[in-house]
Design a protein around this ligand. Structure first.
Ligand SMILES: Cc1cc2nc3c(=O)[nH]c(=O)nc-3n(C[C@H](O)[C@H](O)[C@H](O)COP(=O)(O)O)c2cc1C
Length: 322
């Protein structure tokens, strides 16, 4: 399936793994890239040294292209990390929060594309005017930090605003090929999928995370400031309910993140062996597509099934109207 996105990234399928902090590590990134999609590291939970080691581990598993997502809210590390990702052979720098103005020309000098995460049309316009090469339009259905506008209205409005200049990628609540077909119908050039890829054997996860995804229904997530101080969609649990009832206890970002870590309900970046995780209190970011996850599937299988199912959905839609 060829689109503008597959052309600029040099990949086979317009399916990107979201750069999920705590989840998108080398095994998952390499599996998605190796299957013809585009793997993106979520490096927000990694030290600079770990990020470099992870990129080398992915490179040992695949010679296909991959990217790295960094939270630009951490300006002290931004330049070093961008220099590292360039040196270690990433082909995309994904900027998780805000437009990374200071490093765009550095990336371009080294043929690294800059991708910007956007939850509003005006974010997308600002990103493209600053020189970003790809825009991800992320709707409120998404797991993790999220805005208020839903994917269905957001994507075509972002396409209208910047789609003549850069590829637009749809995100938020997309978990299978019907979502990819819908995204293409809305004018997007591909999809950026998060939550569905957590329920894979390759994803890194804290204890209880994958089980929580398997049992949570489509209405079982909540947008809460409980975990970081910014609005984040996660599996609803005792922690989200507590802060809903006691909003006066919430601190601004990043103080609330510190409170979550010291309080023991935030272990993003942990692995299955980490002790002390209470599933009824833990931060398990998840989007509204979580209700469709009934089993673990390998990441490569997921990429292939998303593409096959999208082709069927597009053929069916064509037959229905034709
Ligand atoms: C566990 C988790 C961690 C995330 N961490 C980041 C991050 O560090 N940077 C970022 O840009 N987006 C992050 N996101 C958002 C994803 O990039 C993506 O937009 C979202 O998962 C898409 O929606 P979906 O989960 O419904 O597929 C995260 C999402 C999840 C579920």
């Amino acid at each position: 399936m060829r689109t503008r996105l597959t052309d600029v990234l040099g990949i086979e399928h317009p399916v990107m793994l979201a750069g999920m902090g705590g989840v998108s590590y080398s095994k998952l990134v390499a599996a998605v890239s190796e299957a013809g999609g585009f793997g993106c590291f979520g490096a927000s939970t990694m030290s600079s040294e770990e990020m470099v080691a992870e990129m080398r581990a992915a490179r040992a598993l695949t010679d296909k292209p991959f990217g790295v997502d960094l939270l630009t809210a951490m300006p002290d590390r931004l330049l070093t990390d961008v220099e590292n990702l360039i040196r270690e052979g990433a082909s995309v720098f994904a900027a998780g929060l805000g437009v990374p103005r200071d490093v765009i020309s550095l990336c371009h000098e080294h043929n690294v594309l800059v991708l910007s995460m956007c939850g509003k049309v005006r974010h997308a316009v600002a990103a493209v005017e600053a020189g970003c090469d790809i825009v991800v339009a992320q709707g409120t259905e998404a797991g993790g930090h999220t805005g208020q506008v839903a994917t269905m209205p957001l994507v075509p409005q972002v396409v209208d605003a910047v789609g003549d200049r850069v590829p637009v990628v749809a995100a938020g609540g997309i978990f299978d090929g019907r979502g990819l077909a819908a995204a293409l119908a809305l004018g997007a050039d591909g999809v950026w999928v998060g939550t569905r890829f957590i329920a894979t054997p390759e994803a890194r996860s804290a204890p209880g995370y994958k089980d929580a995804l398997l049992r949570t229904m489509e209405d079982g997530t909540a947008i809460s400031r409980a975990f970081t101080g910014k609005t984040l969609r996660a599996v609803a649990n005792q922690t989200t309910r507590h802060f809903e009832e006691h909003p006066e206890e919430l601190k601004p970002f990043p103080d609330q993140l510190m409170a979550s870590m010291t309080g023991g309900w935030m272990h993003l970046g942990a692995d299955e062996r980490t002790p002390g995780v209470d599933p009824d209190r833990e931060c398990y970011p998840a989007g509204q597509g979580v209700g469709a996850i009934h089993e673990l599937a390998s990441a490569g299988e997921l990429v292939r099934s998303i593409v096959e199912q999208a082709e069927q959905a597009l053929a069916r839609a064509g037959a229905t109207v034709g």
